[in-house]
Design a protein around this ligand. Structure first.
Ligand SMILES: NC(=O)c1ccc[n+]([C@@H]2O[C@H](COP(=O)([O-])OP(=O)(O)OC[C@H]3O[C@@H](n4cnc5c(N)ncnc54)[C@H](O)[C@@H]3O)[C@@H](O)[C@H]2O)c1
Ligand SMILES: [Zn+2]
Ligand SMILES: [Zn+2]
Length: 369
């Protein structure tokens, strides 16, 4: 099968690899029908996540159809249409029992990180019962790809950790897919003012359409000066959705006393935490890897039309053109890109008819070896 394989910093290759086999009775094999690229994949290629070993298939987002299940899988069967969570969870360890699947002792973020991921025709999902979600019939599966990672991440690590409340003034630093998802889900709580900050004018204009009340092009305007001049003493919640020291710095300088700084970005370098100034401010600083415990709730909001993640999708590619998709996503400013959808060849038929089992490749994957 085709897979996008990491080759070390700056290197990746689309190549033929064996179809994965079930390893344990709790595994499922999924035929991927839609996947995408995350800012974290770009971070891996920049060498930010050194745990990823060359030879690993990238990708931790996607939807697909169950091809085969291990003997111990109870919730899914061959032919089921499923959403793949970016987090794998055994559901039984101490962290899982608290709902913190991010730190599952036999899972967490492993897909496209410590084990082969979803940017391929097939993917093996360990602990399938707790790591997949059923897709109701008739739902547009492209929209649901946004539920594998970006919406639960932005909601759990940005909005919930930041404790956004009605009437709050909030600032989201970074208007990529994660920042935009924080913008969409923060609106569940009716904040009064939402500043979006980025260097990319096009993304800022899009953010305005998605509900930002104020946009700041930080290439032109100092966001700290502007926000401190326009608010009494800063923002209630500053959400960091980039992952570089400069954006953390903006957050710690705009948060008001008693406010929250919620860091979502994957950071590859140390930051300067100004404790000499912040110790007296009663602020709360949170970090975190998504657990995806809010995915079923977010799915209900997608089904009801309250949340429209499809508007985050700007480009479509075939899996055979995934290197081009990386170029476009990596050059988002010029390409006006947000989320790119990648479809393995032959999987198109599931697009309009999600959940209706319109399969185009009934062949058992063993035949593809
Ligand atoms: N914590 C988690 O569980 C989790 C999960 C998924 C992604 N992430 C991380 O979230 C971050 C955002 O992901 P994404 O997919 O939106 O990435 P992205 O690269 O598409 O978006 C980042 C945005 O930041 C902007 N930016 C860069 N430098 C800036 C600066 N100095 N000032 C203002 N804006 C700047 C860019 O223009 C871009 O729009 C990444 O670090 C990613 O690794 C974390
Ligand atoms: Zn991700
Ligand atoms: Zn666990």
């Amino acid at each position: 099968m085709k897979a996008l394989v990491y080759g070390g910093p700056g290197k990746m290759e689309l190549k033929e690899v064996p179809v994965p086999r079930l390893d344990r009775p709790t595994d499922a094999l999924i035929r991927v029908t839609r996947t995408t690229i995350c800012g974290t994949d770009l971070g891996i290629l920049k060498g930010k996540v050194p745990d990823v070993k060359p030879g690993t298939t990238l990708g931790h987002e996607g939807v697909g159809v169950v091809e085969e299940v291990g003997a111990a899988v109870r919730n899914f069967k061959k032919g089921d249409h499923v959403l793949i969570s970016c987090i794998t969870a055994d559901g039984t360890c101490e962290h899982c029992k608290k709902g913190i699947y991010a730190h599952c002792e036999d899972g967490g973020w492993i897909l496209g990180h410590l084990i082969n991921g979803t940017q391929a025709e097939y993917v093996r999902i360990p602990h399938a019962d707790n790591s997949l979600h059923p897709i109701p019939a008739g739902v547009d599966e492209e929209a649901l790809v946004m539920l594998s990672d970006i919406l639960p991440t932005a909601y759990e690590i940005g909005v919930l950790n930041g404790q956004v409340k009605p009437g709050d003034t909030i600032a989201i630093v970074g208007s990529g897919p994660i920042g935009m998802s924080a913008l969409l889900t923060a609106q569940f709580f009716s904040p009064a003012k939402i500043y979006m900050i980025d260097l990319d004018r096009n993304r800022l204009e899009t953010a305005r359409k998605f509900g930002a009340t104020d946009i700041i092009d930080s290439a032109k305007v100092d966001p700290v000066k502007k926000i401190m001049a326009e608010t009494k003493d800063g923002v209630d919640v500053a959400i960091e959705a980039v992952g570089v020291p400069a954006t953390f710095d903006i957050c710690q300088r705009i948060v008001r006393p008693t406010g929250h700084v919620a860091v979502i970005g994957v950071h590859g370098h140390p930051v300067n935490l100004e404790l000499e100034r912040l110790w007296i401010q009663n602020i709360t600083l949170t970090t975190g890897l998504v657990s995806t415990f809010t995915t079923p709730m977010l799915m209900k909001n997608v089904l009801s039309g309250k949340l429209e993640p499809k508007k985050l999708i700007t480009h479509h590619f075939k899996l055979g053109d995934i290197l081009e998709a990386y170029k476009v996503f990596g050059n988002a400013g010029e390409e006006k890109a947000l989320k790119v959808i990648i479809t393995p060849e032959g999987a198109e038929a599931t697009h309009a008819a999600a959940g209706q089992k319109k399969e185009t490749q009934p062949a058992h994957p063993a035949e593809a070896h």
